[in-house]
Design a protein around this ligand. Structure first.
Ligand code: BEZ
Length: 211
């Protein structure tokens, strides 16, 4: 059965470009972005990993970090890292898991045999510090992901974990949010002292509460 939101992210041990990793230990108390790329020395993956390295500070602001995986060997990863650094003008600053036996890829359902027998699809898992899966995304090999979207989702996940709100369509940090329907108007007046707008009884907006 595939992994679902709320499931505990499976633990594993693996070799990575930053040394051996036990996944849960490596996560510590941070948010983790675990993402697969189909293969080393491929153009889209090269741009994705380079961009992710550039986001290190943005991840750090959110107590988050990234770890990539593909079914290539450690030697292959180490060779490719040089190309990523050269072509994307970055210093690689997060681990890439070597998974030539497809152990991690299989554990996380990253192999989609009707799409490719050999390579993973582009999966993303956002995992909270309690080790529970909070987001999954699956893209085909031919489409590079939008890693700014991953930051946006992290902002939403971290906000909604602490306040009785949800984030509306295309929301970005700093914009108004919606009040959870389970909160009565009376409670909303207390919980959201900046006030709220009632567009429909089920659609109430309020300024982002932690701003
Ligand atoms: C790429 O990263 O460019 C790629 C990888 C596998 C298939 C197609 C494209």
């Amino acid at each position: 059965m595939s992994l679902r939101l709320g499931d505990v992210a499976p633990d594993f041990s693996a070799e990575t470009t930053a040394g051996p990793v036990n996944f849960h230990e490596w996560m510590g108390d941070q948010w983790t972005i675990l993402f697969s790329h189909p293969a080393d020395f491929t153009p889209v993956c090269t741009t994705e990993l380079g961009y992710t390295a550039k986001l290190k500070e943005e991840f750090a602001k959110r107590n988050a970090k990234a770890i990539a995986v593909s079914v290539d060997s450690l030697d292959s990863h180490n060779g490719w890292v040089k190309d990523i650094e050269e072509t994307q003008n970055v210093s690689m600053n997060f681990p890439i898991i070597a998974d030539p036996e497809k152990k991690v890829a299989t554990l996380y359902g990253m192999m989609h045999p009707n799409e490719s027998e050999k390579f993973t699809v582009r999966s993303v898992f956002i995992i909270a510090p309690d080790k529970k899966i909070k987001l999954t995304i699956t893209y085909p090999a031919s489409t590079g992901r939008n890693f700014d979207e991953i930051l946006r989702v992290l902002d939403s996940l971290q906000l909604t974990a602490n306040y009785n709100v949800a984030t509306p369509v295309n929301w970005n940090e700093g914009e108004d949010v919606v009040i959870a329907p389970s909160i009565s108007d009376e409670d909303a007046k207390v919980k959201f002292p900046k006030g709220f707008k009632t567009i429909k009884p089920y659609l109430r907006t309020t300024p982002q509460p932690n701003k």
